[in-house]
Ligand binder design. Structure first.
Ligand code: AMP
Ligand code: GLY
Length: 426
């Protein structure tokens, strides 16, 4: 089979790396890819993923049998609809189904319609109404831009003044553009967060290993929010009972709900969960693989990812026995100086040897002749997997200096929180 992966980050490197191990893979293309994917696949340049006609043309002339889409933006822009209409098989949801991520207002209403537990909320497009509501709630809140804001659209205000200022910035100053023209004011929940991704063919769901992201920049969950500074999987805090509960009360109702509303969802449904004292609540749904979670989850996947993706596209996911390796994977993000506000770019990267069961996924790099340069905020995801969480943490940090560039910053406590709750499954 010829397969094309769409995207250019650490998540797409992880997907490409995984499918490159499949005996089913003949040629693998990545649009546009990065210097990491270039080592294992053919990067495609000169085509914008916004130009659906050009993407279709490329797929046809290169006999692409399956397209796997990484990021949310092309999904929300209807790339799956365009490709499917042209007869090209896609692992990813339609535009209507991607709304579960692309519009938080839609997602919240959807959860209420389908009885999926989530925080109390209200949605607004008018500043005065939003502020009026703010004054009426007697619990701590969060404020969210409804649209896609690259992970930056959530504000946790400490005072009512801060909340009012955030509302004004979104609704009036349009700091997130159209994405903030509607806002959600939501009850603030407390607890540990877990990311549960699941494969789906639109009817059945097969969960992946539960993972934990580390969103704050600095150790001890301090500093600003980022796109994610590291991940571990499986997350030991998430018990098997919680997994069963989430399948029954969250994932399956979501997939049933999307289907009953005529929104065709094939691909990965990601539930961002908060484990609150009152039970599991959904913080958000994403319509795709999470990043960096995927960089920790896929190294533990035993089953052929192409086989799973094909089964999803062919509506026979329940025929596949999705299997996982024992043990735990830990991914540490290596970021540029200045990330997330003003990341510095262009530093030359040097690489040392990595032991077996470790991989350095490229997230934001650029090739310059035979040199690799840092080209983004999150530059690499360094992942190690062993049969227990402690040794995975030790291994990833023992080798963190095998990759280096000027100003490289990373958290030194990824997955530490999990060690306390891990009883070992290796
Ligand atoms: P979201 O994009 O909705 O997942 O929000 C991004 C991050 O904001 C989450 O991973 C949480 O850390 C935080 N967050 C979102 N909603 C809430 C909430 N209702 N209560 C507390 N924290 C939240
Ligand atoms: N790690 C969070 C996300 O992928 O949205």
């Amino acid at each position: 089979m010829n397969v094309m992966v769409i995207g250019s980050g650490g998540r797409e490197h992880a997907i490409t790396w995984k499918i490159s191990q499949s005996p089913k893979a003949d040629k693998i293309f990545v649009l546009p890819g990065n210097p990491g994917t270039r080592q294992i696949a053919k990067n495609v340049s000169g085509i914008s993923i916004d130009d659906h006609g050009k993407v279709i043309e490329f797929c046809k002339s290169n006999q692409i049998d399956l397209v796997i889409i990484g990021p949310e933006a092309p999904l929300a822009a209807g790339l799956v609809d365009s490709l499917s209409d042209a007869g090209i098989r896609c692992f990813g949801p339609t535009q209507a189904a991607a709304e579960i991520e692309a519009s938080k207002a839609f997602a919240k209403d959807f959860m209420v319609r389908h009885n999926i537990s989530t925080a109390r909320y209200a949605a607004f497009t008018q500043l005065d109404e939003a502020i009026h509501y703010l004054q009426s709630v007697d619990y701590p809140i969060v404020i969210k831009a409804s649209g896609l804001a690259a992970g930056k659209g959530v504000i946790l205000p400490n005072t009512i003044e801060e909340a009012a200022a955030a509302l004004e910035e979104m609704l009036v100053d349009k700091i997130f553009g159209e994405a903030g023209s509607e806002v959600i004011i939501e009850e603030r929940l407390i607890g540990q967060e877990v990311s549960l991704m699941a494969f789906t063919d639109g009817t059945s769901v097969t969960p992946m290993l539960p993972a934990q992201d580390h969103k704050r920049l600095l150790d001890g969950d301090k500093g600003p929010n980022t796109g994610g500074m590291g991940a571990c999987a499986p997350a030991p805090v998430f018990t098997n009972a919680m997994l069963q509960e989430t399948i029954t009360n969250v994932l399956q109702p979501a997939i049933n709900g999307l289907r009953s509303e005529g929104r065709r969802f094939i691909g990965v449904l990601y539930a961002g969960l908060m484990l609150t004292p009152k039970g599991i609540r959904v913080l958000e749904f994403n319509c795709r693989f999470g990043d960096p979670e995927t960089q920790a989850v896929l190294p533990l996947l035993k089953t052929d990812l192409i086989e799973i993706a094909e089964a999803c596209v062919d509506s026979r996911l329940n025929e596949v026995d999705v299997q996982w390796k024992n043990g735990t994977a830990v991914c540490v993000v290596l970021a540029s100086k200045g990330y997330p506000e003003k990341p510095e770019k262009g530093q030359i990267v040097s690489f040392g040897e990595l032991p077996e069961n470790m991989i350095c996924f490229h997230a934001g790099t650029k090739a310059d002749g035979d040199k690799i340069l840092a080209a983004g905020g999150r530059v690499f995801g360094l992942t190690a997997w062993t049969n227990n969480i402690k040794s995975s943490i030790e291994m990833v940090y023992a080798n963190v200096k095998s990759v280096s560039f000027d100003g490289m910053q990373y958290r030194t406590d990824i997955a530490n929180k999990s060690v306390k709750t891990d009883f070992g499954n290796g």
